[in-house]
Design a protein around this ligand. Structure first.
Ligand SMILES: Cc1ncc(COP(=O)(O)O)c(C=O)c1O
Length: 369
């Protein structure tokens, strides 16, 4: 039996009838962009996160760059971000012309809050926190720094739908929380989708303007904006999935608990849990100096894995112009060489998980090649 790192079809079949009914309802409605499904989803997702406002956009990257746009952060400004993130976090900063200032991660793969202060300059305008892999970052220290230096706080919650820090949802700590609903995400659509949440009415209004060609009133354009609108079909399907979020998150937690309890092998380490934070297990990430051999070994057993992420943004070709080189962020670079995400998805069967656990526990470097 082949086991893939993610199975999005399983997530569909879990609520097939509801998805199909909603899709037909939207298709038959004759209204496909910015309608009642989008506004209902925005209300429901704001309520889910505990934020006052939600504005749907086209995808997670748009949520990020539009967030910095709305905050007026661009050319000449610096934004602090962890070095070991998905490149979209960094593009959200640089699309506006601002400069990313990288900080090494801690043992939880989150930004190391103790290393932020040394990177703050008079150009620093914001911190972008990424709740990577689904675990909330240490918000207490970050909030203190934002207050002390009067910095904006943007959260990249593309991987952390429903994750809390000390009981408060990620996305609601700062000025803007940015979400992706890419199909593989914990709250996934059936195509691209994204949203921002905020407690600031003006930010919500501006975001609505920017997502729609910079207009509040049709054909009257105040600023140069984007065409980045969550569509009715995705919003309707997201509403279905959102209504099941609690059970979907619990299911992933159960899979993670089983992995944490039953995986036992000195050749890799398990993810560490930060006190006060909760983890919604977008990814279950192992760390091993034998990572590449482990991947090959699992492949031979028809178990798929993914590396999140093999090339850190500071070494990506797209960011050559920033002038970084190998060795500049050793912890990030070590993670890029040693992390691997193992199968984790809603609808994963006990049998599939058992196969993955048995294979991982039997791994010995050098022995199977
Ligand atoms: C951490 C992070 N930020 C941003 C994004 C961008 O989201 P999208 O793919 O919807 O543009 C993703 C997902 O791809 C992500 O994982």
């Amino acid at each position: 039996m082949k086991i893939m790192p993610n199975r999005m079809d399983r997530g569909f079949y879990q609520y097939q009838t509801e998805f199909e009914q909603k899709a037909l309802e939207v298709l038959r409605s004759g209204w496909y962009v910015l309608g009642k499904e989008v506004s209902s989803f925005e209300e429901e997702f704001a309520a889910y996160t505990g934020a006052k406002y939600c504005v749907g956009v086209g995808n997670g990257l748009d949520a990020l760059w539009l967030a910095f746009k709305v905050l007026g952060i661009g050319q000449g400004d610096e934004v602090i971000v962890q070095a070991n993130t998905y490149i979209a976090s960094v593009m959200g900063i640089t699309i506006n012309g601002a400069t990313p200032v990288f900080v090494e991660p801690d043992e939880y793969y989150s930004i190391d809050a103790d290393k932020i202060e040394e990177k703050i300059t008079d150009k620093t305008k914001a911190i972008l926190v990424v709740h990577l892999y689904g675990q909330a970052s240490n918000m207490e220290k970050i909030l203190t720094l934002c207050k002390k230096y009067n910095l904006r706080l943007v959260e990249d919650c593309a991987q952390s739908h429903g994750a809390c820090y000390q009981g408060k949802m990620t996305g609601t700590f700062g000025d803007i929380g940015c979400f992706s609903f890419y199909p593989s995400k914990n709250l996934g659509a059936f195509g691209d989708g994204g949203a921002i949440v905020t407690n600031d009415e003006q930010i919500a209004k501006d975001m609505k303007m920017y997502r729609n060609y910079g207009s509040e009133k049709r054909y009257y354009n105040k600023v140069v904006g984007a065409n980045s609108r969550l569509d009715e079909l995705q919003a309707g399907l997201l509403r279905v999935r959102l209504s099941h979020m609690e059970e979907l998150t619990k299911e992933k937690e159960q899979i993670a608990l089983t992995y944490l309890k039953e995986l036992n092998n000195p050749y890799f380490t398990l993810p560490k849990l930060l006190a006060g934070a909760n983890h919604v297990w977008h990814q279950f990430v192992l760390c091993s100096q034998y990572r590449d051999e482990l991947i090959q070994y699992l492949e031979e057993k028809e178990i798929g894995t993914i590396i999140h992420y093999p090339v850190p943004p500071h070494l990506a070709e797209a960011y050559e112009y920033l002038g970084f080189k190998e060795g500049d962020f050793p912890i990030t670079e070590r993670y890029a060489k040693s992390v691997v995400s193992i199968p984790m998805y809603n609808g994963m069967t006990e049998e599939e998980q058992k196969i993955v656990i048995e294979a991982l526990n039997a791994f010995v470097p050098g022995k199977f090649r």
